[in-house]
Design a protein around this ligand. Structure first.
Ligand code: ADP
Ligand code: AMP
Length: 213
């Protein structure tokens, strides 16, 4: 099963993608996590991506498409995957579609996690992330067992640089301009499904499993 998660930054794509990956035993692929791992490891790709991420801008399509196509061609993707944060532009969606077409494959579902802008800034300021394993928490809604410490790997949790309120506003603007058109794109392909992302995490997941099962 090949699934795309759509939705504004902070809508809960990553949270749901992790639950989907676990239940359906497919890899969770987050381009944001791949960039953050590269930044942490001081790679050339990380240095280039950081310039854009810190301003709330999208990393250019050439860079992003290449890392994504490399990742989905790996062996563990044979039974499908859940993409979180890709595609974010129409050209990215077109490249993915062409690559899948060549293999006689297609995206099965694009799930739009719908959360209004008013809720997003609050969600992002409470988000705490583990830069080591990619786990995500929320100070109020989904707190870690021990304050400031990742439940999964024990590393320190941080407020991401790009979750500062000013950057979040830019990211929302970029989302509406460049990513939201994908909702129409995947509606036309007949694969779009929308879930109400303002519900609590388990309720959102229940709605998603009803679609996928
Ligand atoms: P995205 O991957 O779309 O940027 P995340 O999955 O990281 O979003 O979620 C953004 C923040 O909101 C995180 O702090 C996360 O713990 C929290 N969150 C996710 N889903 C919900 C939910 N249904 N209700 C409340 N908070 C949530
Ligand atoms: P995320 O973790 O999905 O919120 O992504 C964090 C940041 O990484 C985004 O704000 C972008 O700067 C960059 N990024 C992640 N995925 C993409 C993508 N598909 N296209 C362009 N930039 C991306």
């Amino acid at each position: 099963m090949k699934i795309i998660m759509l939705g504004a930054p902070g809508a809960g794509k990553g949270t749901q993608a992790k639950l989907i990956a676990e239940k359906y035993r497919i890899p969770h692929i987050s381009t944001g996590d791949i960039f953050r791992a590269n930044i942490k490891n001081g790679t050339e790709l990380g240095r280039e991506a950081k310039k854009y991420m810190d301003q709330g801008l999208l990393v250019p399509d050439e860079l992003t498409v290449k890392i994504l196509l490399d990742r989905v061609s790996q062996e563990d993707c044979g039974n499908g995957y859940v993409l979180d944060g890709f595609p974010r532009t129409i050209p990215q969606a077109q490249v993915l579609e062409e690559a899948l077409n060549k293999l006689g494959e297609k995206i099965d579902y694009a799930i739009d996690v719908d959360v209004p802008d008013e809720n997003i800034v609050r969600r992002m300021s409470g988000r705490r992330a583990c830069l080591k394993c990619g786990a995500t928490y929320h100070l109020e809604h989904i707190p870690p067992k021990k304050e400031g410490v990742c439940d999964v790997c024990g590393s320190n949790l941080v407020l991401r640089d790009d979750d500062q309120p000013e950057t979040v506003k830019n990211r929302l603007k970029v989302y509406h301009e460049q990513t939201q058109p994908l909702i129409d794109f995947y509606t036309k392909k007949g694969v779009l499904r929308t879930v109400d992302g303002t519900q609590d995490m388990q309720d959102v997941f229940r709605m998603i499993t009803e679609i996928l099962d």
